[in-house]
Design a protein around this ligand. Structure first.
Ligand SMILES: [Zn+2]
Length: 1153
């Protein structure tokens, strides 16, 4: 059968199924309508009828939603059909294989087509549906009146599980250490006493950073008491992460790493494994986190901070409990049971039921005479024989109302708040008063309630029991819970960017940690092999280095806390976090330097560790926790100076390496081959128009094999022998040529019409045009002929004005009514164009930022991305936020895509029914716009807020300076801005014929090139400076891999595990973490990258990592717990042959040979 024939039949088949479904949907709607018409006149309606009526309307609404989706699918398949047909006709009848991938799919085995996965609740559709009108819901302000008959629990009594908890932020208003000393250690000390007093009492704990800190203070007897509380189920570790991580700004590397750190600690010291997740305070929730939790072996979780309108909608549908499924997963493999708290907060007033004035009376920490009270003016009363009946019934009413929002009679009610249970009196007040109420319920079975203290596992087990007994499962849900609003138009989109300096530093530590982990693990394996008997080099400080690694892991882990990377802590706490990040980066450099030293030495006997004067030194130097890194200036002579470049990526790549040297003439050779390397000398600009005379930038093209350490020699060269950048300087008013001092460089200062012509730069792949007035990009043209207008603009947002208005702060973005205002400066900018054989760029120097667009003259795909860097300083401003906007002619409709934690792409729809600030989303590493013929991707090295407010536009927030608190407890504005760098890659690509006209499917992926571009942006090469070449200390390049990993396979980490016997020492085992990325089918990489890929899920890891060898290799859970290790089986005969599915992470416990 001809392929075009197969195409027609396939498309026809899709049509037929869709039409039948549409027909059935309409039939169902009609039925619903008939039932609806049988309802009695309004006057006869009692409350039950109202609620039924409500349910029916909800059902209709749901059906309509389904119907909309179906119509959208029909429309898409029609477009698809037409595009394929036209494509096929255009190619003279050549056919397209629709079933795998449209367009250029033939060249792209293993890619992923855009999809609409239609089962269950799709949150994108919920957003389309909701009016976001925020009506007053009565006692439950953001909800509705809840009704019940009283006979709902006749068959099965209400099963209440009250879960005591204390939310301990590892830094917010106080530092981690201050909180520990003032509150947390008392909470945990009292827990030990108070839980031991009565076996019915329970407690959950989430933050392992605190728990491990406390553990180090305990004697053996107390440790044994803790273990027995855990064994008996009275104390449960929930989630088990180092912190309760932020889910918007954190990259999945760090999310997973803090989970591994916590789980490994728990396994080693407590011998258990967390089963349930608890994330009650992060400001919005991401499915990337649920994916990691599922992979770590958790099967259920609780979340809280979700947009109030979404909560209300899900409550109306009884869908607050659901199976959260990954958007891209067509199976149920990634499903995790999720319980969403229905009300405003996780405190006691908002958890017992819908009425906070009533619930507050059951927070016995607020008994009269204490420090906290109920703002609803009704105080709690101690439970006595006299009031127990009245109190028990009042509380039961709340429990019953809350229960009506869920599908089973089992009810989860948390009991706790921030830093609760500090004093022993609070333990007594809460536990003894609740016990009296529970006893009363037990004595009155006619009330049909069984109540007890419990943990999350108690709750979820009861839930599963009820679901199984009823023979039902929970509905599935796909999507994410951004952007969070807790009331009115208060959207929490400000924290996506707050304190951008530290969001950048977070990623610097992250990439440094990953690079160090990998190099350290490879070093230990090489040493053991070198010595033959498993010994390490005698002088190599393996244990000290491993402790530095652990410290680095824990600094990064702590910073993932939802008040750290979010930028929502007090100034002094930010400095504390910053110092930890800074010191960890310095410590990790030591590990990197001495690992590289040993690996590179030809004669290993010459290895000597000297901490005071290291053999190699990283060339980036950070002077303080709040300073951008500076490069040290190398002194050159005719004796070759060694430069070591480490490529921390699993891909061979051509990359431009830059160092500073003390003269404008330098020569670079490959130390091994003696070949001269193409290089370029550029000016180091001390001021916009004044070049340094002491320092020059030497840039050269390094060809770096995967995970290699390459050695280059730099020497002084004869005067004028090096390629020097040529400069053109412009000042847009044209009156006066800009003052220039750059004696070693050729500088032209065009005037008149010559100065007004657009600036243009080009390499083999791309040509760009920029305005000579502003220096900003205007247009791009690809080699293929594709031309796109892409104008870069800078704009300011202000905040609301007027005395009583809420204004933007650390959490909230509340822009002024005027919206964004185009950036303008009184003084025209200095525009500097540089041209050279290695790179060319255009730099615009403004008062508040320096903006550079650079093209690298590289042959491979690395030359296709445009590098954009901004150095921002808004310290002179009051209540302003600076954004960079791309204005393009990409017909993207109201859709764009942004990533979630660098792990997956999520479709976004910009909705006019929502306020401006609601249309901002988190961007951890990538976003893109697309239409039928092109895709414009913006990749970033740091996280920030992103929006597409109009078709073709994409904007990212660079920094925010806000002079007031936004009333979420922080008690200050954010005015500790720094000189901050933001780095991006921009990538324009052609799309194949099968691409959808506008927007695209709800499930879409980065292109292969975008993945590779993002990889090199996030993991830059690390340059180290060696001593002057010495014959005894000859260095030889280190190349552990024979070839690049497949393009879509990312080595997430190679993390040395701790010795099970010897705390603080490295074991021979490593965690090998791999992520097989999903990539889009509509753009084939052009030129083809050096790496290969295949459509097969089965991968031979021995082949992939050759010539590295494994002594053992065993698949495990994501956090490498022993009990998650795959058992020996018949298939395990070849453990190196493993299924790596697209989009999925795989974890292995391995021993390198
Ligand atoms: Zn918190």
């Amino acid at each position: 059968m001809k392929r075009s024939c197969v195409l027609s039949i396939l498309v026809g088949g899709v049509f037929f199924v869709a039409l039948v479904s549409l027909y059935r949907m309409l039939e169902r709607m009609q039925l619903a309508e008939q039932q609806h018409s049988r309802t009695p006149p309004a006057g006869e309606l009692d409350m039950q009828d109202f609620s039924r009526f409500q349910q029916k309307i909800d059902r209709l609404e749901r059906l309509l939603g389904d119907n909309n989706r179906l119509v959208a699918t029909l429309r898409d398949s029609l477009l698809h059909h037409r595009a394929s047909w036209e494509g096929a006709r255009g190619r003279g009848g050549a056919s397209v294989n629709v079933s795998s991938a449209p367009g250029q799919a033939d060249a792209l085995t293993g890619c992923r087509v855009e999809e609409e996965l239609m089962d269950g609740v799709q949150l994108l559709d919920v957003y389309d549906l909701l009016p976001f009108d925020n009506p007053d819901g009565g006692a439950w302000k953001q909800g509705f009146e809840i009704h019940y008959q009283g006979n709902e629990w006749e068959e099965q009594p209400l099963e209440l599980i009250l879960v005591p908890h204390s939310h301990n932020d590892p830094g917010w208003l106080k530092t981690f250490d201050s909180y520990y000393q003032d509150q947390t250690k008392h909470i945990l000390n009292n827990m030990l006493i108070k839980l031991s007093e009565d076996s019915r009492r329970k407690m959950i704990w989430a933050e392992i950073s605190y728990f491990s800190r406390w553990w180090s203070d305990l004697d053996e007897q107390k440790r044994a008491m803790v273990k027995s509380l855990i064994q008996s189920g009275q104390l449960e570790m929930v989630t088990g992460g180092w912190v309760m991580a932020d889910e918007a700004n954190s990259h999945y590397f760090a999310l997973l790493d803090q989970l591994i750190e916590g789980h490994q600690w728990i396994q080693r010291h407590l011998g258990v494994k967390p089963r349930s997740g608890w994330a009650i305070d992060p400001f919005g929730h991401s499915p990337s986190m649920t994916y990691l939790l599922k992979g770590a072996g958790l099967n259920a979780m609780v979340i809280q901070r979700v947009h109030y309108a979404v909560k209300k909608h899900l409550a109306q549908q009884q869908t607050l409990e659901f199976l959260w499924r990954q958007s891209w997963d067509s199976s149920s493999r990634s499903d995790i049971t999720c319980h969403m708290m229905p009300f405003y907060s996780y405190d006691v007033p908002h958890t017992c039921g819908p009425n906070p004035a009533v619930c507050c009376q059951f927070d016995f920490h607020r008994l009269p005479g204490g420090r906290v009270f109920c703002p609803w003016r009704k105080s709690p009363q101690p439970i006595t024989e006299n009031n127990v009946k009245e109190r028990a019934l009042l509380l039961l009413d709340q429990y019953r109302q809350k229960s009506r929002l869920f599908r089973t009679p089992v009810l989860l009610v948390p009991l706790g708040d921030d830093f609760r249970f500090v004093e022993s009196s609070e333990w007594d007040a809460q536990f003894s008063n609740y016990q009296k109420l529970f006893d009363y319920y037990e004595q009155h079975p006619e009330l049909r309630i069984k109540a007890r203290f419990g943990t999350l596992t108690d709750y979820f087990q009861a839930l599963q029991r009820h679901l199984q007994a009823a023979g039902t499962t929970l509905p599935t849900l796909r999507g994410d819970f951004f952007t969070y609003a807790d009331r009115d138009d208060h959207y929490w989109s400000g924290y996506y960017t707050s304190r951008p300096f530290y969001k950048g530093l977070d990623r610097v530590l992250e990439s440094t940690l990953r690079a160090t982990e990998i190099l350290f693990s490879l070093t230990l394996a090489q040493m053991r092999r070198f010595h033959g008997d498993g010994r390490l080099a005698a002088d190599f400080p393996a244990r000290e280095h491993f402790l530095r690694l652990i410290d680095g892991r824990r600094s990064l882990a702590l910073f993932q806390h939802h008040d750290a990377v979010t930028g929502t802590a007090r100034d002094a706490v930010v400095v504390d976090y910053g110092s930890r990040l800074f010191h960890s980066i310095l410590d990790l450099h030591q590990v990197l330097q001495s690992s590289a030293h040993w690996l590179l030495l030809l004669d290993k006997s010459q290895y000597h560790h000297d901490q005071a004067t290291p053999f190699l030194q990283t060339d980036d130097v950070m002077a303080a926790q709040d300073a951008l890194p500076q490069k040290q200036t190398l002194t050159l002579s005719s004796e070759p100076r060694s430069l070591i470049v480490f490529n921390p990526t699993e891909q061979r790549r051509s990359v431009v390496v830059s160092v500073l040297v003390d003269m404008p003439d330098a020569h670079v050779v490959d130390a091994e081959t003696r070949q001269t390397i193409l290089s370029q000398i550029s000016a180091v600009w001390a001021e916009p128009g004044r070049a340094s005379t002491e320092s020059f930038q030497l840039s050269f093209v390094a060809d770096l094999p995967p995970l290699s350490l390459m050695v280059y020699h730099v020497t002084k060269a004869s005067v004028g022998s090096a390629h020097r950048s040529k400069y053109t300087l412009l000042r847009s008013d044209g009156s006066e040529p800009p003052p220039v001092q750059a004696e070693h460089f050729q500088v032209s200062l065009p005037r008149g019409p010559e100065a007004d012509a657009p600036l243009t730069l080009r390499n083999k792949h791309i040509q760009i045009w920029a305005s000579s007035q502003s220096g900003f990009l205007q247009k791009l043209r690809l080699q293929s002929g594709l031309v796109r207008q892409v104008q870069i603009q800078f704009l300011w947002y202000g905040t609301r004005s007027g005395m009583n208005r809420d204004r933007s702060g650390a959490y909230l973005f509340l822009p002024g009514e005027e919206g964004a205002q185009l950036y303008s400066s009184a003084e025209p900018p200095l525009v500097r164009v540089s041209r050279g054989p290695v790179f060319s760029d255009i730099t615009s120097c403004y008062r508040h930022f320096t903006h550079t667009v650079r093209l690298h003259h590289l042959d491979g795909h690395a030359g296709k991305s445009l590098e954009i860097s901004n150095t921002v300083d808004i310290r002179s401003e009051v209540n302003r936020e600076l954004v960079m906007r791309l204005v393009s002619d990409v017909a993207s409709g109201n859709r764009f895509y942004s990533d979630l934690n660098g792990f997956q792409m999520q479709q976004r729809r910009s909705l006019t029914k929502l306020p401006l600030q609601a249309n901002f989303y988190p961007m951890s590493s990538a976003s893109f716009l697309q239409d039928a013929s092109s895709r414009l991707s913006l990749l970033s090295a740091q996280s920030q807020g992103v929006a597409s407010l109009r078709q073709g536009e994409l904007e990212v927030v660079l920094d925010r300076r806000l002079h007031q608190d936004d009333n979420r407890g922080l008690g200050q504005g954010i005015t500790d801005n720094k000189l901050t760098a933001a780095r991006f890659h921009m990538l324009l690509e052609d799309r194949g014929g099968g691409a959808k006209q506008v927007g695209g499917g709800s499930v879409s992926h980065l292109s292969l090139l975008a993945h590779l571009s993002s990889l090199s942006l996030s993991h830059p090469p690390i340059t180290m400076i060696g001593p002057v070449n010495h014959p005894l200390l000859k260095l030889r390049p280190f190349m552990p891999l024979g070839s690049s990993l497949p393009c879509d396979l990312h080595l997430v980490n190679l993390r040395t595990l701790e010795d099970p016997q010897e705390t603080g020492s490295p074991s021979q085992e490593v965690a090998l973490l791999l992520h097989r990325k999903g990539f889009d089918c509509s753009s084939a990489p052009e030129p083809e990258p050096a790496c290969t890929w295949s459509a097969q899920e089965e991968v031979d890891l021995l082949q992939v990592f050759s010539p590295l060898q494994f002594r053992s290799l065993r698949r495990s859970g994501f956090t490498l717990l022993r009990e998650d290790d795959e058992q020996d089986s018949a298939q395990q005969q070849k453990p190196h042959i493993s299924n790596l599915r697209p989009m999925e992470i795989s974890a292995f416990r391995a021993e390198l040979k």
